[in-house]
Every structure is written in C-alpha cells, then in structure tokens.
Write a protein that binds this ligand. Structure first.
Ligand SMILES: *Cc1c(COP(=O)(O)O)cnc(C)c1O
Length: 495
C-alpha cells in the first residue's frame, strides 16, 4: 500500500509521493504531509553498520513508496557522490560539550545541499513516473543558501529550468557572488527590492495563481518548488538525523536506545521538522531545541503559543534564518490540530489576515518536545570567539546561534543528555562575520583576504565552492521590484 500525502489545507486533496514532489505545494497554499509518519523498520544497530547512501535508502523508501528500489537507489547514488568532499557525506565532530553534525560538505557548503543534491533526481524521476511532458520550471525564493544549492542541483538538468529570487540587500556578499556567477543555460537569478518574506510571498502567489498556471500549461511549462516546503526536500533531511545517531552508536559514544537531544539553527522550520519526523519514526530523541537569531518569532511561539509576525524584520549575521514566516511550522500546526485541514486553514487564514494566530492549549501540549530560545548578534559572535579560543574549531554564524542557544538551554535545565548540534554552513560562507567575531580588526580586510586568513586560523582547506568564485564572471544582474516578480517570470518563459 502506498503512503498517501494529504494537503494541510484541504482534507480532500491527496497525492502519491511522486505527485507531491512534482507539485511542490498543494492547492490553496497547502503543504503536503504523509498521512502517517512511518516507523523505522530496521534496528538502530543494523542502521549503525550502514553507509550514508544505504541508510538514506532505508529511511526514504518508507516515505517515497511509489518509487521502485531501483529508482530510489539511482536518485540516492547520483546525489551523494563525489560532489561531497567527504565519503561520510555528513561529518560528526565532538567540539567542547556537543557533537557538531557538519551538513556542509556538499557543492555549495551549506546544509541545503543535503536535500537539493537529490531533489532534481527525485523530481525528474517523478515526472517520468507520471508521464509529464511539460518542462518543469523550478521557482524559488531564497534567503541565500537555498538559491545557490538549488541552482547547482538543477543547472543543465534536461527538462527543467530554475528561476531564483533573492532579497538584493539581504544575503551575504559571498552568497550573492555564488548565485550571480551560476552557470547553466537553464538558470535565472533575480534580486528583488524587498526582504526574504517578500520574495517567498511573491513566489507563493505565483504558485497559487490559476490564470498563470493556465498560461504556463498552454506553453508547455509547469511550476515546481525547490523550497523547503517540497516534501522532496523534507524527506532527505530526515536521513542525516538517523545517520548521526547511527554513527554515535557505531563509535560507541551512546548505547542502543539512549536518548539524545538535537539543536537546530532554525529559519523556515524545515530542518528541525525533519528532526521531529525522525523522532516520530522511533529515533530516540528527547528535546528538539529550536535556535533562532534576533528574528525570534519561533522562540515567542514556543513560549506563548502565539505566532506573531508583526514585528520589525532584522537583518542579522545569520541571514538564512532571517525569516518571520516559518513555512514548515504549518506541518506541525496541522499535526497537532489533529490532522484537520479545516482547523489548520483557519490558523493560516488568521496569519495571512492579521499576521498572528494562537494555538489551543491541547496543541501546545503536543509541542512539549520543542524548546525554543534565541541568540542575539553579540551572543552569536561571542559563541564563535569562545569556541575558537577554547578548541580551535571555527563555526559559521548560523551554527553559532545554535551553539549559544544550547548553552542557554543547559544553564536553564541542567539537562546532561548527549546532544547533536546541526552545523548548517561552512564558516567560509560567512567569512566576514565569522572573522569579525574572532577579532573586529579583521573588518578592514577584503573578502578573499579574509578567506585566506580563515584558512590559516582553522587549518581547514578553502573549499572548492569558494575557490571557484574568486574569479568567476557575473552572469546574472537582473533586479526587480517585489510587484514585478511575475512579469519577470513571464519574460523568461516568453509567455
Ligand atoms: C536554511 C538555513 C538554515 C535554516 O533552516 P530551515 O530549514 O529554514 O529552518 C539555517 N542555517 C543555514 C546555513 C541555512 O542555509
């Protein structure tokens, strides 16, 4: 029996896994969720003997049930190969008082590669399975890292085009350089005058515009999404939480069944939701520690049960978490509302109309596994400097938010449970902020001087992703207003 996916906003809308991947977003702005979260069907001990690819198959087969073994293994083996600079794919490093799960060993040195290196294969396989003849247009809003990882994943993939919108003044210089130098005949990168939420709202509007869908179909195109709302992103992200547990078990750091905590630096709530799904699958996880930067809408939500996006949008040194509408939270709202799309829709309509909603006490009680906190800019910089001085390990700004929040969690709870911290980007991606945290005097140096200095301090070789952009020419220079996003898309597609 295939696992069926349902929309969070309409109890009647269902899809198979491959259909859900193709569509990205369900109707009326809903998200696809599996009708139930499957249980791991191998023991933790068995999983501890597996490679990343083998374990990925064991997890993903439970969700993507309409993929054949051959199809799924083809997708996994095509994605997790030498594009990653380590055979482990994700590396686990014990630093100070926690294990850092380094998810940045892929092509664009941020954790988005973990899912976006496989999504193009899942998507093109899904298209084949569903006899889709249209060209698939990937439309993506990015706060920095998704954009480049999606561009790298889809560049020159036959049957696809990718259009990425990013906030012109809301990403790091290296993030921007990575995107605007992207090669590939099917890649388009556009800056917008606005913030990430504007970009995401504009993309969502295009997805749910029936008139536009009609014009696209007539011209032989259809949209899909590479954003973290696509179930084809969420499922591959579950894998590395199971893998981190399996590696700790294999190394004898934990005993089978021992509970671990997980800390995730959070923006759109996709990565931490994957950790939650891993827990629901039977992985022994205690607390899911949700770490925010100064855009602490999730901290307030877990503290009060009220989600309130009506606040100033703050640009921080962890731009991939500068988000006020955490889209994937909707999947948790839906689940805790008893998997009732009508109830969820009422919350989401409130969010659209007033910018707020408040969950019921029963719903909040079901979220007791989550602990939220945040780190301000000073605390984040301090976490980087303190870790460097104590151990020599250099974290990026996003990971540092998680590290600082973890310290607060321990101080508050005295919980000594062994803990995995998701390390979501290489420090080389946010070199200036990282180096300034270590010593503000670095600010006078150029971006690539800082790269070389970071290499000297950390002893970690400069990743290929950074070497590549040192001299790469700018190939994309379009900038538009947030109201002009649809017009830009039509121009690209000639419709
Ligand atoms: C995207 C991103 C995050 C946030 O992940 P979500 O799944 O959106 O919560 C954190 N850190 C980095 C480096 C990212 O690129």
């Amino acid at each position: 029996m295939d696992l069926i996916y349902k929309s969070t906003r309409n109890n009647e809308e269902t899809a198979t896994a491959s259909q859900a991947i193709l569509k990205g977003l369900a109707g009326q702005g809903g998200l696809f969720v599996p009708e139930r979260i499957p249980k791991l069907d191998k023991s933790l001990k068995d999983l501890s003997g597996m490679t990343y690819q083998e374990l990925a198959y064991e997890v993903m087969k439970l969700y993507l049930t309409d993929f054949t073994e051959e199809e799924l293994k083809y997708c996994i083996n095509s994605a997790y190969d030498s594009k990653f600079d380590t055979k482990e794919i994700a590396e686990l490093k014990k630093e100070d008082d926690a294990w850092y799960l380094e998810l940045f060993h892929g092509a664009t040195i941020a954790f988005k590669d973990m899912a976006l290196s496989i999504l193009p294969y899942l998507l093109t396989t899904s298209a084949k399975k569903n006899q889709i003849k249209n060209e698939i247009v990937i439309l993506t809003a990015t706060s920095g890292d998704t954009g480049k990882a999606a561009l790298a994943g889809f560049a020159d993939v036959p049957g696809t085009r990718i259009i990425v919108f990013y906030p012109k003044n809301g990403v790091s210089p290296i993030q921007e350089k990575q995107m605007v130098t992207q090669r590939g005949d099917n890649t388009y990168v556009i800056g917008i005058h606005g913030n990430f939420d504007d970009a995401q709202t504009g993309v969502k509007r295009m997805f749910s515009d029936p008139g536009l869908a009609g014009e696209m179909a007539a011209a032989g195109y259809q949209f899909s999404s590479a954003n973290s709302i696509n179930i084809g992103r969420l499922v591959p992200q579950i894998v590395y939480y199971v893998y981190s547990y399996a590696r700790l078990l294999a190394r004898g750091e934990i005993s089978e069944g021992e509970i671990i905590n997980i800390v995730v630096p959070t923006g759109n709530f996709g990565n931490i939701l994957a950790a939650y799904y891993a827990k629901c699958m039977g992985l022994p996880v205690g607390k899911l520690i949700c770490a925010s930067n100064e855009n602490k809408v999730l901290f307030d939500f877990f503290a009060t049960g009220s989600y309130d996006r009506n606040r100033e949008f703050i640009l921080t040194s962890s731009p991939s978490m500068d988000i006020l509408i955490s889209s994937n939270l909707e999947r948790l709202i839906y689940q805790t509302a008893g998997r009732d799309a009508e109830k969820n829709l009422a919350f989401m309509n409130n969010l659209t109309e007033t910018g707020t909603y408040t969950v019921t006490r029963e719903m909040k009680e079901q979220m007791a596994d989550f602990y939220g906190n945040y780190a301000d800019e000073k605390e984040t910089a301090e976490a980087i400097r303190a870790m460097y001085e104590k151990t020599g390990y250099i974290m990026d700004t996003h990971t540092a938010v998680a590290s600082a929040v973890y310290k607060k969690y321990i101080a508050e709870t005295k919980d000594e449970t062994k803990t995995v911290i998701a390390s979501t980007a290489s420090p080389y991606k946010f070199t200036r902020s990282v180096m300034n945290a270590i010593d503000p005097a670095y600010d006078s140096q150029g971006d690539f001087e800082l790269v070389d200095e970071l290499c000297r301090l950390s002893g970690v070789p400069v990743p290929a992703a950074i070497e590549d952009i040192r001299s790469a020419p700018v190939l994309h220079d379009t900038v538009c207003g947030k109201e002009e996003m649809c017009a830009e898309v039509k121009k690209i597609l000639g419709i």
